[in-house]
Design a protein around this ligand. Structure first.
Ligand code: NAP
Ligand code: FE
Length: 358
């Protein structure tokens, strides 16, 4: 068995300012990478700047990362970071800025290369020092080696082949306080998808399953908050971040499988947020699994059966009907990724995919 998780993680209130030394050891001038606005409003950018300035580290800001970030944005940020002579990268935000920051740190390390470098699995994954600060509770990107990017020219979204773990991650639940109910619903559904897809996975191991079981138990504690039956406390936001990190550590070892593979067309063609798009296929994926696996997951997550899960999904994420041609393209996407099919421990072929999707 194999287990590898090289990211130093600090998880406590004010951890960025409390551990400013660790951040400052990464370099002398930071390129901070964020989305358009949330990091400026939720306190994460302010804490980061305060920590850097206390330690005499200078910084510059690239705040143009869009949702489902593109390789074009990565190249634009890379050029900006090089022109500013930044020597390390800090990604703050949901999965989009964190994934972009990984690829930016990679491309800054290879200044003479063009965007094709991000498609070439033979090329090395050397990168500038990197810190990540999650402000949503779904992707676990702060502890995965994956950067999921959109190629605008082909309307295609997938992980780049490079393996990019961060040096540092800072988890502070205070940043989730202003996340809307729909952001919490969509991103906690992404966490659930990571935990399920990693459990029902040919690469799942004893170590990974220990983390998944812990993640599902934590995830269950937030359901009433996501259902808007209870207000979240600061501790609850930490529980959400910790569940998300468990999902990240799990998929860092197993990868995701069919629901993630099917989800990308819904995000790109129907504009559906990532976690909600993965959750769309989750009842079908669980229904096809072995009874033992299904019951294990459902009981830890606090669902009676997969209909109970579906009711929760509809109540929290909503339920849109997706056009048949988009669902057909989801199936074609997955059929083109044999690794995702092979990761499923039960029979997986086009007819099973059709049962999951329709
Ligand atoms: P996201 O695309 O990063 O952000 C979604 C929205 O949430 C943005 O409008 C963002 O605003 C806002 N937001 C972020 N933090 C907030 C906060 N604390 N309060 C209020 N609003 C906030 O969403 P995500 O679901 O976290 O990430 C999805 C991406 O991650 C997808 O591209 C997906 O494919 C990828 N992903 C990666 C991995 C991995 O292992 N690397 C795993 C799963 C998914 P701003 O734009 O203003 O910041
Ligand atoms: Fe995901």
């Amino acid at each position: 068995m194999f287990f590898y998780m090289p990211v130093h993680v600090y998880s406590e209130p004010y951890c960025i300012t409390r551990h400013a030394d660790a951040l400052a050891r990464l370099g002398k001038r930071a390129l901070i990478v964020t989305g358009a606005s949330s990091a400026k409003r939720n306190g994460s950018l302010q804490d980061t700047v305060q920590a850097l300035e206390e330690k005499g580290v200078t910084w510059c800001l690239f705040d143009q990362v869009e949702e489902n970030p593109s390789t074009d944005t990565v190249m634009k940020a890379r050029d900006f970071g090089l022109s500013e002579q930044a020597d390390f990268v800090i990604g703050i935000g949901g999965g989009s800025p964190m994934d972009a920051a990984k690829a930016i740190a990679l491309m800054m390390q290879h200044p003479a290369e063009d965007a094709s470098y991000m498609e070439d699995k033979e090329k090395d994954s050397g990168r500038l020092p990197l810190a990540l600060i999650p402000t949503t509770c779904g992707t676990g990107s702060e502890v995965t080696a994956v950067s999921v990017l959109t190629r605008k020219a082909t309307s295609h979204k997938s992980s780049i082949p490079h393996r990019i773990f961060a040096d540092l991650a800072f988890l502070d639940g205070r940043y989730l306080q202003m996340a809307s109910p729909s952001i919490l619903a969509n991103t906690t559904m992404d966490t659930f998808a990571h935990l399920v897809e990693s459990y029902i996975n040919t690469a799942s191991t004893l170590y990974v399953r220990a983390i998944i079981d812990q993640g599902l138990s934590l995830w269950r504690k937030n359901k009433d908050i996501v259902l808007r039956q209870r207000q979240a406390t600061e501790e609850d936001f930490f529980t959400m971040l910790n569940a998300s990190m468990c999902g990240g550590m799990a998929i860092a070892h197993t990868g995701t499988t069919v629901p993630h593979g099917l989800s990308y067309a819904l995000t790109l063609k129907a504009n559906m947020p990532h976690g909600k798009a993965c959750g769309y296929f989750m009842k079908g994926y669980l229904d096809e699994a072995s009874k033992e696996d299904r019951n294990h997951i459902l009981s830890l997550a606090g669902f009676k059966d997969t209909d109970d899960f579906l009711a929760y999904y509809r109540a929290t994420c909503g339920m849109e009907t997706i056009a048949t041609d988009i669902l057909e393209s989801s199936i074609q996407d997955v059929l083109k990724t044999p690794a995702k099919l092979a990761a499923v421990p039960y029979t997986m072929n086009e007819s099973v995919l059709r049962r999951i999707v329709f």
